[in-house]
Write a protein that binds this ligand. Sequence first.
Ligand code: PGA
Length: 251
Amino acid sequence: MKVICVENEAAVGKEAARLISAMIRLKPDCNLGLATGTTPMTTYNELVRMYKEEGLDFSKVSTFNLDEYIGLDADHPQSYAYFMDEHLLSKVNIKKENTHIPNGKTLRVDRTCSAYDKKIEDRGGLDLQLLGIGRNGHIGFNEPGDKFVAETHQINLTDDTIEANSRFFECEEDVPRTAITTGMRSIMHAGRIVLIATGESKADAVHAMLYGEIIPQVPASLLQLHPEITVIVDRAALAGSSLADSLFSAE
Ligand code: PGA
């Protein structure tokens, strides 16, 4: 595991975009696993800038998003499909048919989940997975639980996640209670993982991911077993870890 600590949110986005753009340049038809939330916004802004100013070419890239709320249409402003269009997909030259997000309005959740896994597998798996991390250590919507779940599945969101995500909705009651999330298998099988985290509120989760026991109560802890993972954080998200102590005392 490689940990890169940079000054602030903007620098996290630049560094993550640098790694993603390197993948696109090396393998123009790569499969990218993408994340939503506040953290990846600076990464997507930088990728859009690279597309406009440096000709970064998305024409052969395929994307697979981690998760989607159950019950929201793709054109609902809080759906992750809408988020992805707004922040990246409508702003670069990616082909619509190459972008994939679980269907939150499906009437057959089980079938949608297994079809999503099959699609990823049939395309040869993910070359690079971008991840954020929840305050409770979730990745995608793989919430803390009794076991790691391998497949794409339906999940009941935890109170902590509902509260954290209520900032995007008018009130907490409006936050959907369930979601579809890819499981740990497609994440762990990705050729490379780039995990980004910013801000003090993520410090405990980042510490548990880096140094804690590998347990399903901290889903991100499983990432310790991935051979090619780069964790990019700002100082606040690393605060309190022994790594931060040694990094910052060296200045
Ligand atoms: P955030 O969400 O980037 O909005 O903090 C990250 C996550 O919950 O995975």
